[in-house]
Every structure is written in structure tokens, then in C-alpha cells.
Design a protein around this ligand. Structure first.
Ligand code: PLP
Length: 266
């Protein structure tokens, strides 16, 4: 069967972010997505209205059922919603319920792009720090990078997350400036090993972070090395965002939904 990525992520009814983004991106990367649902959010493509997190025991039961059933190559986590869920995932790694050689892409979701809360930031940050040592790659946005590392400078922050145990950190400047290109840096074990410049596309996108992290997870599952997976994901995400759907075409500030089914030249 296709290699499997097990995602821990929340349901976004608008279909822009969360587990739907994961399933679509991982499918496009050539892998099969399995999902342990961590939370059910109430949100539109534009705004988060609330969420109810799933109990950690329920999320764990979903995950262990998949782990017993399918050959899981990669774990990907997005919205975990509660410290209990983060602690549960940390325990699955620590007790090797998830085998040690399983790659892990950690998207440390704290807030939605729209600014809506997806959990209590302070307590989530403390819990995420314990999960970092199991991460093959962490894909924070700039806000999450600063919150997790306690550093304003993105480069020092990325190095700090490596010191705290993450194997690699992907840094993007997308949310820092309103204009200019987007700079991206890949730090591995504290060293910058790759840098690229991506075009800034018009608009705000709902679910771009989930899509990027999941595509990388999918490419790792099919056998790409980390740097190749990141380069392939950049190429793919640029095309999905260029072809994004506009649910509110009359509102220039409305968030767009990535078109993850666009035919790409990959
Ligand atoms: N996970 C869920 C369930 C969400 O609802 C969101 C945002 O709304 C995210 C993750 C993060 O989304 P993004 O990729 O826009 O950062």
C-alpha cells in the first residue's frame, strides 16, 4: 500500500484547514492519510467561533487503532487543542508506542491565520516544549516560533528550538511583513542548511500552514530526504495558493481556500 501518514488534527467545517487539508495534501504527495481527530472546531473560512477538544483517551484510542492496523511511516500533528492531547502524543513517543524511527512533522498550532484561538496559548507552549525532542521537523509560523522559543529574532529562535531537541525547523517570514518576498530558512541541528525566496501571493490563505506541513510529511513518507521534501512542498504550495478559491470574491480582505487539487507540474 502507499506509505501512511498518521495525522493528529482538528476538523475545520469550512474544509480549508485542519484534517481535510492534511488528507488532501498527503494524498497529493503520494501517500495515504489516516487521522486521529483531536478537536471539532466551529469556524467559517474567515473566522473561528469556537471548538471542543476530543478527550485525550479518545484521541489515543483512534491513534493506537491505526498504528495496530496500518504501516505508519510518518506522524504529523496540527491542532492538538489541549495540553492533555499534547502530553498523550508525547507519551506515545516516549513509550515507543510510536516506533522510534518514525519521522514526525510537528506543526505547533496555537492560533488560526485569522487570529482565532485554537487553544490556551501559554499552557500549550509549555506542553509543546516536551514534544519537541521527538520532532524530525517543526513548522511554526513566526508567531508560534517566537512563542515557543521566547526569542524575537527568528534565526536565534530556530536555533533555540533545535537546542530544545527539534531535529529541524522550517522558518517562513510570511506573516512578518506586508510586502516583499517571503524568505524561508531550513535549520537542521541548529545550522541553516537551506534558504529560499518565495513569491508573495496576493491574499490571505486559510489552511496554508496545514497544507505545507502535511505535504512535507507525505513526501517524507514516500521516501524524500528532508530538504527535497521541503523544496517539493514549496513548489506545490505556490501552485495551490495561486489557484486558491475565493469564497467571498467581493471582499478583497477575505481569506482564500487553497486549491489542493490543482494540476501541478510535480
Ligand atoms: N487546524 C485547524 C483545525 C484549524 O482550524 C486551523 C486554522 O483554522 C489550523 C489548524 C491552522 O491553520 P493554518 O494552516 O491556516 O495555520
Amino acid at each position: 500500500m502507499r506509505p501512511v501518514v498518521l495525522c493528529f488534527s482538528g476538523l475545520d467545517p469550512s474544509g480549508g484547514a485542519g484534517l481535510q487539508a492534511d488528507i488532501e495534501a498527503i494524498g497529493q504527495a503520494g501517500a495515504h492519510a489516516a487521522v486521529a481527530c483531536t478537536a471539532i472546531t466551529v469556524q467559517s473560512s474567515q473566522q473561528v467561533f469556537g471548538f471542543e477538544a476530543c478527550a485525550a483517551a479518545l484521541v489515543e484510542a483512534q491513534a493506537t487503532t491505526v498504528l495496530d492496523d496500518l504501516p505508519v511511516h510518518v506522524i504529523k500533528s496540527g491542532m492538538l487543542g489541549t495540553t492533555d492531547n499534547i502530553a498523550m502524543l508525547t507519551r506515545l513517543f516516549a513509550k515507543q508506542v510510536i516506533p522510534q524511527d518514525t519521522s514526525f512533522v510537528l506543526d505547533p498550532v496555537l492560533v488560526a491565520n485569522s487570529g482565532g484561538s485554537l487553544g490556551d496559548e501559554q499552557t500549550l507552549v509549555a506542553a509543546f516544549r516536551k514534544l519537541l525532542p521527538y520532532a524530525t521537523l517543526i513548522t511554526p509560523n513566526t508567531h508560534e516560533l517566537r512563542a515557543l522559543s521566547g526569542e524575537q529574532d527568528l534565526h536565534i529562535g530556530a536555533q533555540k528550538l533545535c537546542e530544545q531537541g527539534a531535529h529541524a525547523v522550517l522558518v517562513k517570514t510570511a506573516h512578518d511583513f506586508d510586502s516583499g518576498d517571503i524568505e524561508q530558512y531550513l535549520y537542521v541541528q541548529g545550522k541553516r542548511i537551506h534558504q529560499s525566496t518565495l513569491p508573495r501571493l496576493n491574499g490571505e490563505f486559510h489552511g496554508s500552514g496545514c497544507s505545507l506541513a502535511s505535504f512535507i510529511a507525505g513526501r517524507l513518507a514516500v521516501g524524500d530526504a528532508l530538504i527535497s521534501a521541503v523544496i517539493a512542498a514549496d513548489h506545490w504550495i505556490t501552485q495551490t495558493l495561486t489557484a486558491a478559491d475565493a469564497p467571498h470574491p467581493d471582499d478583497a480582505n477575505a481569506q482564500l481556500i487553497p486549491n489542493r487539487f490543482v494540476k501541478t507540474s510535480l
